[in-house]
Design a protein around this ligand. Structure first.
Ligand SMILES: *[C@@H]1O[C@H](CO)[C@@H](O)[C@H](O)[C@H]1NC(C)=O
Ligand SMILES: *[C@@H]1O[C@H](CO)[C@@H](O)[C@H](O)[C@H]1NC(C)=O
Ligand SMILES: *[C@@H]1O[C@H](CO)[C@@H](O)[C@H](O)[C@H]1NC(C)=O
Ligand SMILES: CC(=O)N[C@H]1CO[C@H](CO)[C@@H](O)[C@@H]1O
Length: 440
């Protein structure tokens, strides 16, 4: 009986989502690694291959990380002067991109490339505006599987949703015409509200200015207080700020088209372990693509533990495909806030996350009336509750050999059966607790 109610609820949530691009890709948010944070303009064939090999050696591919994305600066000094086709830098990529794609595919992974819907890329290499067809055709010939498409030097072709749509649509049409499935990852920083118009042309769209490796620092270079009417998305946006930006956009994410909160900073050194746990948890439940940005050849156990939390990744990849909603956000004296996030998962299960962006540890009592505020019948059920940042007892204390990982859950400590409330929840400074509620 309870199950019938819960299923009806899930169906409702799914119908609620808008129509999305159906190119067969990004049915759940894409996962992989991007070169920018680690290599910037020093990216090379050798760098990309070493990261791809590290993905396979550490077993990250088994957790779903499959796209290896070369960001800006792979370009040669100019296009081919007779054909206009893009050319890679012959020093950085001595064997060419096609050869590299073959090697990446040989490892069972996929290769991504970067360009800008402008006259130049952000690092002032040649852009794709006006060259969409030949660029898409060349990428397809090279065997590219993913395009990150930036917004620099756009020649003023932005300012209304329609102008931006038309500019990004040209690359969508060009990619589509190649016949090769190429995941299209739009990066126009949330300008002109892409969540309202990109879902029929792109598999994901960035919702804000660039993330920086910092939890909550205010920075004037990321000046907007909300993305709903932001005229200067900027960069140096903190984790807490981007979570705020993304909070109202959850209903715009769905199968084939995702709100992209930007490349992950986990493991890059600018945040505490709890802050990285918040970062990874929130990106996951808000259904952002999960593109790692750290050095995969040299990771601490803490970093590896975070990015291989299979229970958290399962929230991100859950087939219900609905982002969590912020149920409340309470301002805390002295700065920061305490917020509750709830999302529906497959088979009537629910994710419940509590995030504390303030600077003091606290203890919390959460009633089911608060958790299930939108759905009265669910308040009366009993749930078996799992703590997704605790290892399952059988795995606790074990040194995990990820190369041997075989789908047995590593994370999800069983807290037993609860009714009416979850009490005594400790949430540390800048920490997030994540629970899965299974109707019982
Ligand atoms: C091209 O677009 C159509 C319609 O959206 C879609 O069905 C098809 O899969 C796309 N093909 C490729 C290669 O992206
Ligand atoms: C430019 O394109 C022409 C025609 O396809 C080709 O013969 C030539 O090798 C290309 N130049 C470079 C530098 O790749
Ligand atoms: C959902 O329930 C069905 C039927 O009970 C089961 O086969 C399936 O494995 C469940 N899916 C998940 C992700 O738990
Ligand atoms: C959930 C939680 O612990 N929230 C706390 C965050 O820190 C502030 C103090 O700065 C507490 O008042 C909140 O209760």
């Amino acid at each position: 009986m309870r199950y019938v109610y819960l299923r009806a609820f899930c169906t409702f949530v799914m119908i609620h989502l808008g129509a999305a691009l159906d190119n067969g890709l990004a049915r759940t948010p894409q996962m992989g690694w991007n070169s920018w944070a680690k290599f910037g303009c020093g990216v090379s064939e050798q760098a990309v291959l070493s990261m791809a090999q590290a993905i396979v050696e550490t077993g990250l591919d088994k957790f779903g990380y499959q796209y290896v994305v070369i960001d800006d600066c792979w370009h040669g000094p100019s296009r081919n002067r007779s054909t206009g086709a893009p050319l890679a830098d012959p020093t950085l990529f001595p064997n060419g991109i096609k050869k590299l794609a073959d090697e990446i595919h040989g490892l069972g992974l996929k290769l991504g490339l970067y360009s800008s819907a402008g006259s130049m890329t952000c690092a002032r290499r040649f852009g794709s505006l006006g060259y969409e067809e030949i660029d898409a055709q060349t990428y397809a010939e090279w065997g590219i599987d993913y395009l990150k498409y930036d917004n620099c030097y756009n020649e003023g072709q932005s300012g209304t949703p329609l102008i931006s749509y038309n500019r990004y649509r040209r690359m969508f049409d060009a990619l589509n015409a190649t016949g090769r499935p190429i995941l299209y990852s739009m990066c126009n920083w949330g300008e002109d509200q892409p969540w309202n118009w990109a879902s029929t042309i792109a598999n994901s769209w960035r919702v804000s200015g660039d993330l920086t490796d910092n939890f909550g620092r205010y920075d004037d270079r990321c000046p907007c207080t909300s993305m709903l009417d932001c005229k200067l998305p900027g960069f140096y946006c903190s984790v807490a700020r981007i979570i705020d930006f993304a909070a109202p956009l959850g209903s715009k994410a769905g199968t084939g088209g995702w709100n992209d909160l930007d490349i992950l900073e986990v493991g890059n050194g600018g945040m505490t372990n709890d802050e990285y746990i918040t970062h990874f948890s929130m990106w996951s439940i808000l259904k952002s693509p999960l593109l790692l940005g750290n050095d995969l050849t040299s990771m601490s156990q803490d970093t590896l533990d975070i990015i291989t939390n299979d229970a958290i990744i399962a929230l991100n990849q859950d087939p219900t495909n609905s982002a969590a909603n912020r149920v409340f956000s309470r301002l805390i004296e002295g700065g920061g806030s305490l917020s509750l996030w709830v999302g529906s998962l497959v088979n009537g299960t629910t994710v419940v996350a509590i995030m504390n962006t303030s600077s003091k540890h606290q203890r919390l009592h959460l009633s089911f009336d608060e958790i299930f505020i939108d759905w009265l019948p669910a308040r009366t059920f009993s749930y078996r509750v799992f703590d997704l940042w605790q290892k399952t007892p059988s795995k606790a204390g074990e040194t995990l050999d990820f190369s041997q990982w075989t789908n047995s859950p590593i994370w999800g400590g069983d807290l037993g059966i609860r009714t009416a409330a979850l009490s005594g929840i400790d949430v540390g400074v800048h920490a997030t607790r994540v629970f899965k509620f299974v109707p019982w």
